[in-house]
Design a protein around this ligand. Structure first.
Ligand SMILES: N[C@@H](CCC(=O)N[C@@H](CS)C(=O)NCC(=O)O)C(=O)O
Length: 272
């Protein structure tokens, strides 16, 4: 009986491609929660994500898309929330409710804030300045560089303030003789690794892959990245593969000149 179950192919399928930062963010969560899944590689260079068949599955024509036994979910953050709600509260991780706490409105508000910041500001600006001009016929403009640098400064400041609060709390605990053992974590929503980390991590990895220099002034972001690599080497491997993919395409731009893209201007005459 047990064997029958383990031999079943995973019911979860993730439609994505190697270098997709939001796709990699979902993969990190699947790995962290120990959820068996299979990748369905989308032929991005040939526009499979806006083919009739793909659009029938998911009309937004973007990756990643999750198929959980027929339940189709798009948008990486929605996928991550679903996975943590559905699979993060049972089994091995039941004690690790800090990943997406069910009953802590204050901590949830911080996590949701970071995810909203990611979607409405950070990821948008990373795409506008870095990723879209890599894949399509958009100029990499100074205006978009300024917007991205501004987003990085805000993100860095969130991390700095958080660290300040953590230090204050630690000092108070130490003074009252209540100090908890062990060093503190350094994550985007506080001391614990949460669902808000993988999306922001992968958007930041896009910058590491394409223009490390833009990150240099932001020491708290650098510290968070370093901390993640040290604390989660297995998850970092997944991030690193995505980062290497982006770095490759940044140096060898995709040739999508044969495509009629529904919204983006394709660059004529590019070749790998
Ligand atoms: N909001 C989406 C963004 C997804 C996104 O932009 N994905 C890219 C690939 S990394 C895509 O599918 N772009 C469509 C295209 O370039 O045609 C999410 O986070 O899931």
């Amino acid at each position: 009986m047990g064997d029958e179950i383990s031999q079943k192919p995973p019911t979860i399928v993730l439609h994505t491609c190697t270098d997709s930062p939001p796709g990699r963010a979902v993969q990190i969560v699947l790995a962290y929660l120990n959820i068996p899944y299979r990748i369905q590689t989308v032929d991005f260079d040939n526009g499979e994500h806006f083919s009739e068949e793909f659009l029938k599955m998911y009309p937004q024509g973007e990756i990643p898309v999750l198929d959980d036994d027929g339940l189709i979910i798009g948008e990486s953050v929605a996928i991550i929330q679903y996975l943590a709600e559905k699979y993060g509260r049972t089994g091995k991780l039941s004690s690790n409710s800090t990943f997406y706490p069910a009953d802590d409105p204050v901590q949830r508000s911080v996590i949701h804030h970071r995810l909203s910041f990611h979607l409405s500001v950070f990821q948008r600006r990373v795409y506008d300045y870095m990723i879209l001009p890599m894949d399509y016929d958009y100029p990499r403009t100074e205006a978009n560089r300024i917007k991205l640098t501004h987003a990085l400064a805000i993100f860095d400041e969130f991390l700095r303030r958080q660290q300040e609060q953590q230090n204050l709390r630690e000092n108070q605990e130490a003074n009252s003789g209540n100090s908890a053992a062990g060093g503190q974590g350094f994550y985007v929503a506080g001391e614990n690794f949460t669902i808000a980390d993988p999306p922001l991590l992968m958007a930041t990895c896009a910058l590491v892959a394409m223009d490390m220099k833009i990150l240099e002034p932001f020491r708290n972001i650098g510290k968070w990245l370093q901390h993640f690599q040290e604390e989660h080497p297995d998850l970092w491997t997944i991030a690193k593969e995505g980062l290497d993919g982006l770095s490759y395409y940044n140096k060898n731009p995709r040739d999508m000149s044969h495509l009629k893209h529904p919204i983006h201007p394709v660059r004529k005459g590019d070749g790998v």
